[in-house]
Design a protein around this ligand. Sequence first.
Ligand code: DQA
Length: 149
Amino acid sequence: MAKYSILVVNGPNLNLLGTREPEIYGHETIKDLENMLKKVADELNVDIECYQSNHEGDIVDKIQNSRNKVDFILLNAGAYTHTSVAIRDALAGIDMPFYEIHISNVHKREEFRHHSFLSDVAVGVIVGFGLDGYEFALRGAVRFLDRKH
Ligand code: DQA
């Protein structure tokens, strides 16, 4: 039986990975990312579900519906990071531990990317490691859960 259940949520425009501003986000696609995460999840003996949506309300629904089903969320909320009180409230509302992930180093980009509505309710933040950040986050989530159980 799998040890834990982990949900990976990618927000708006991350479906375009591979073709979207490759100098910032790289050449790998979201499928490549999900395949890599599934391999690491197998190695760690955890269940993983990968979800992507461009719609704020759908992301809120997905988070709410993960209550009592998922142990941890890995979240790259994309641009909603900088705008969405609703996504923050959903995570806080179900008391779900999560890591906030950004592929790029948002702190060396435009000023509007420096503020996050999520960071102060996240367990941690992973920024600027490219797609490797998701792998680090997955391994980190399992260690976090191991310490808790
Ligand atoms: C991003 C950074 C955000 O500012 C941006 O809107 C994204 C991707 C990242 O992964 O670096 O869509 O979250």
